[in-house]
Design a protein around this ligand. Structure first.
Ligand code: TEU
Ligand code: CA
Length: 556
């Protein structure tokens, strides 16, 4: 089968190196720290590690502002450490995928330092420099991290574009030299033996010619995105990148793409397009907010089902989905979509069941496999993230109180994902012998790896088993999905089928007991229970009464 691929069968584990494990006591996670924990990841059974950026960076946005693509961030170690990590991972059968951040660089990157110098510097056109308009910036676009998307530079009296932080100037992909530099750099890493790229905001790289003002200023969200999200030349660029780089290696690629619908996504991932393998879309991340991420509303199970099913159908047989419910930019999934109090363990397992039995490649974010939760931040100075801090400042100017802002941030800040990995119940959760760069979640005595490894019913062992099942049952990877109970607000249920294998997945996304009536043809033979998050007898009836957050997977 042409469409069998290792990256479809794989489970990916995302590491945020800064918060994973600190080997030398400076309070910051590092590459030697990751090497020390490879055996742990091998025990879990993951196939691929995606590393958040580890390149040289002044850390305005924790490594998403790169000042040298060919070097390692000082705090994380050296290139020798990286080579050792790659080698040690490969020895254990684990692949390494790197973050590729090429929509922008750091303002400390040598290209930008040159580019600033004068209007006729050879690097000027590597970025977007424009004169101001009516005494202000060239257009009305706003930055993802609050404020205008333009920064004035006195040296030449012009502005440069930065969709993200002031220290993250956007690269000008219209310039073929920029593209060639990027392809060269990608090949350099691939020739070292890395196994793929996660491409940061890769669908923002093509801006509409003329960078026009956005007439819709008052939507409460980002202004200007329609002029660069899925822009006019993005597919041309990605096809060129694929031709010149990606197609020459056996790797996996996943593009991070805000503002995509399944119809748009097809253009990036359909096999015959020769662009990317998978995307991270945001439709399910937008279920519980309106206008902007800070404007929170309750989410509905039927919305989640509709979104997942729609994406499944759209890409079925033509492309592939990636599956995630949290990452380094999002709150912890058990706090957001489960119940991190009375049913923390049950709901963490339930969410895992969904991610690992739906069609697509599952991504585990560090700590998810032990059911780590959001952190209670007591005051604004406990936050570190630039998105959080900039938004806070902007809201203070509008007269909001610390109290109301803290309440929102305690649900939404990216720092919930970035508190240190909880290894054991010793000081700082065993993450560091020094002072951690960011607060440790005070619940680490309860929730940590050591405890999880000692408890056969832990979230950890449930993940391990899900991963084992994926290796044993091709239906989990390749099976079609048939939805059941589509309009139910509590039960999420479906069957999967592939060749002559069939599975039934039933999950109760609520705090109440809920009934599931199996369709007649399902239980003709005695089903085999493959995994469940409660102790149950396997004397199964047509009618199943599911306990709060109960999930079961049957082979039928
Ligand atoms: O994120 C892009 C992106 O869409 C986010 O800014 C998202 O809107 C926000 O994090 C939601 O809170 C990527 C990286 O994943 C993120 O960590 C970087 O800060 C950003 O790009 C800039 O490189
Ligand atoms: Ca360190």
């Amino acid at each position: 089968d042409l469409h069998k691929k290792w990256w479809k069968e794989a489970v990916v584990y995302q590491i945020y190196p800064r918060s994973f494990y600190d080997s030398n006591g400076d309070g910051i996670g590092d590459l030697p720290g990751i090497i020390e924990k490879l055996d742990y990841l091998q025990e879990l059974g993951v196939d691929v590690i995606w590393l958040n950026p580890i390149y040289k960076s002044p850390n305005a946005d924790n490594g998403y502002d790169i000042s040298d693509y060919y070097d390692i961030m000082d705090e994380f170690g050296t290139m020798e450490d990286f080579d050792r990590l790659l080698n040690e991972a490969h020895k254990r059968g684990i692949k390494i995928v790197m973050d590729l951040v090429v929509n922008h660089t750091s303002d400390e990157h040598k290209w930008f330092l040159e580019s600033r110098k004068s209007k006729d510097n050879p690097y000027r056109d590597f970025y977007f420099w424009r004169p101001g308009k009516n005494g202000g910036p060239p257009n009305n676009w706003t930055s993802f991290f609050s404020g205008p998307a333009w920064e004035y530079d006195e040296l030449t009296g012009e502005y440069y574009l930065h969709l993200f932080a002031v220290k993250q100037p956007d690269l000008n992909w219209n310039n073929p030299q920029v593209r060639q530099e990027i392809y060269k750099m990608m090949k350099w890493w691939l020739d070292k033996g890395i196994d793929g790229f996660r491409m940061d905001v890769i669908n923002l790289i093509s801006k509409v010619e003329g960078l026009p003002d956005d007439p819709d200023e008052n939507q409460g969200g980002l202004i200007g995105f329609k002029y660069y999200a899925n822009g006019p030349r993005v597919h041309e660029y990605l096809q060129e990148m694929n031709r010149e780089v990606l197609s020459k290696y056996d790797i996996m690629t996943v593009g991070e793409t805000p503002f995509v619908t399944p119809e748009i996504a097809k253009l990036y991932v359909e096999y015959d397009r020769n662009e990317l393998n998978m995307l991270f879309h945001f439709e399910h991340m937008d279920m519980d907010c309106s206008g902007s991420k800070w404007n929170i509303k309750p989410w509905k199970l039927t919305d989640l089902k509709k979104i997942m099913y729609k994406w499944y159908l759209a890409l079925k047989d033509k492309g592939w989905n990636s599956l995630y419910l949290n990452n380094h930019d999002q709150p912890r999934m058990v706090s957001r979509f489960g119940n991190d109090k009375e049913y923390r363990v049950e709901s963490a397992k339930l969410l895992a069941t969904l991610l690992h039995t739906w069609q697509g490649t599952p991504y585990i974010y560090q700590g998810e496999e032990i059911g780590m939760t959001n952190c209670k931040f007591e005051s604004i100075d406990e936050f570190r993230d630039i998105e959080t801090l900039n938004w806070y400042k902007e809201m203070k100017k509008l007269g909001k109180s610390d109290e109301e802002l803290l309440e929102i941030l305690n649900k939404r800040s990216r720092d919930h994902a970035r508190t240190p990995m909880q290894w054991d119940d010793s000081e700082n959760a065993g993450f560091t012998k020094g002072t951690p760069w960011i607060k440790v979640n005070p619940n680490y005595k309860e929730i940590n790896v050591k405890k999880a490894l000692e408890d056969k019913n832990s979230v950890f062992y449930y993940y391990k088993k899900l991963i084992e099942l994926r290796k044993k049952h091709p239906v989990i990877v390749y099976g079609d999905v048939q939805m059941l109970y589509e309009d139910d607000e509590k039960i999420f249920a479906y069957t999967r089928s592939y060749e002559d294998e069939r599975l039934l997945v039933v999950m109760n996304f609520s705090e109440e007991e809920s009934e599931f009536l199996a369709p007649n043809e399902i239980f003709t033979q005695k089903p085999e229970l493959l995994i469940s998050n409660y102790e149950i007898d396997d004397n199964i009836q047509e009618k199943i009464v599911l306990k709060p957050y109960e999930s079961r997977v049957y082979k039928i």
